[in-house]
Design a protein around this ligand. Sequence first.
Ligand SMILES: [Zn+2]
Length: 263
Amino acid sequence: MKIIFTGVGEAFDENLPNTSIVVLSGDRDNQQQVLLDCGFTAAHAFWRLSPAPQALNTIWISHFHGDHFFGLPLLLLRFWEEKRTRSLTIIGQPGIREKVIAAMELAYPGFYATFRFEVIFIEAGPNRQINQSGLDWSFAAGRHSQRCLGVRIDGKSGSLYYSGDGQPSDETTALARGCDLVIHEAYGMEPILPTHGSVNGSISFGRQTGTKHLALVHLNCQVRKENAVLVRRQLAALEDTHAFLPEPGDTLNIAEPLESSTR
Ligand SMILES: [Zn+2]
């Protein structure tokens, strides 16, 4: 399972694309490509950094804030522009179909009906298991200003958890336990914001779940500007976990940790 961090920023970050992650799995003859979240600045980054954008099979949308799903109209329109014919699956919370089509109609009225590819929508929720793109998917709600689902993805060569937005909950902690990789949002330094994760909260989440790799994303842009060096030092000092602050384009092979090219 190979991970590409196409974006690691939050909504207001003028330098980093919105948090968005490509997951590659399967073998050479049957490679599967998944995109986790697609905010308003994520689609261009996806095209820049995915090794084969048209091969995208599945998109996960954690919740309906713009920096997590408003990139979909552009992404879908480019598939149309490039004459895509293979189907595309979008997984998200109940209402995902209506939200995506409404966003598409606002951005590019009339185009959705002319797509030559089928868009398949799958509704996700806690206590629901899905098999998609050869991977097992399960979900739990964190604590955010809008309902947001953390997702766990298990494949033959590894497992990962991605928080979307929000502070951890008992349910997300249980869901992520034992994953090879945890990708957690860390908007602030300390866990004082009721609806967002933090650097120190994510570190203790990493400890509680026993993850091998811990990637912190979605830092408030000012917090990241002022504290990136400090945070990197703090993460590097952790003994039991390979913890890091990825940049766009960084990759991680969670089946073979030595191939990691993260900084
Ligand atoms: Zn949000």
